[in-house]
Design a protein around this ligand. Structure first.
Ligand code: 5GP
Length: 193
């Protein structure tokens, strides 16, 4: 997605070896018009796939996921990272190691929001080592639902996430694929949309 790549080049900051900071439009402050276009691009790809739910993980996946869900006209569910006393009914859980926070947490979705008739599109802001997406796949499969694909806004192709997910039989669709960082600059590979 050309507009996304241009925005990353303009406003993204490379931190250290392998982190991209995009807090001015995606992970902290949110550019809703860019999110809307991201939602439309994913919706065009998946409008004939029979998607019934969009699933993401809090917090930074929520902004793009909500626009994808809006464009596909289906509900959006975000997995919660900490147990909440209001989650009194059955919950589905998975252990997820966070790349940016370097801690493992139990993420959960209430059982009642997913069932065997669901066809799910997973959406997340970043793909690094694939742990967040893998946890979401586990939760969706516990519900007996089907994962149609994993839609990623920014993939860092030099990390292992795509391999891990594809080896597990999942389809990954990324709007921007970062091949490498050279002297603090982003170098893109060919994106999926
Ligand atoms: P993974 O589970 O694929 O290793 O990492 C994905 C998660 O870590 C994403 O949900 C995202 O929140 C966070 N993440 C991974 N890499 C980056 C990055 O370079 N920048 C930012 N802002 N978040 C990242």
């Amino acid at each position: 997605m050309k507009k996304l790549e241009e925005r990353i080049l303009r406003d993204g900051n490379v931190l250290g070896e392998n982190i991209l900071k995009v807090d001015s439009f995606l992970t902290h402050q949110v550019d809703f018009s860019l999110m809307k276009e991201i939602g439309q691009v994913f919706a065009e790809k998946f409008c004939n796939a029979g998607i019934t739910k969009v699933v993401t993980i809090e917090a930074s996946g929520i902004a793009p996921a909500i626009y994808v869900a809006d464009s596909l006209n289906v509900p959006m569910i975000f997995a919660k990272k900490s147990k909440n006393i209001t989650m009194t009914e059955g919950i589905l859980t998975a252990e997820v190691y966070s790349f940016t926070k370097q801690v493992t947490s139990t993420v959960s979705i209430a059982e009642k929001f997913l069932d065997a008739s669901d066809k799910v599109l997973i959406i997340d802001d970043f793909l690094a080592n694939g742990q967040a997406a893998k946890g979401l796949v586990e939760i969706i499969q516990q519900a007996g639902a089907q994962v149609e694909a994993i839609g990623i806004v920014i993939e860092k192709s030099f990390q292992d996430g795509r391999n891990l997910l594809e080896e597990a039989g999942q389809k990954v669709v990324s709007l921007a694929r970062i091949e490498k960082f050279v002297d603090g600059k982003v170098v893109f590979g060919k994106a999926d949309a």
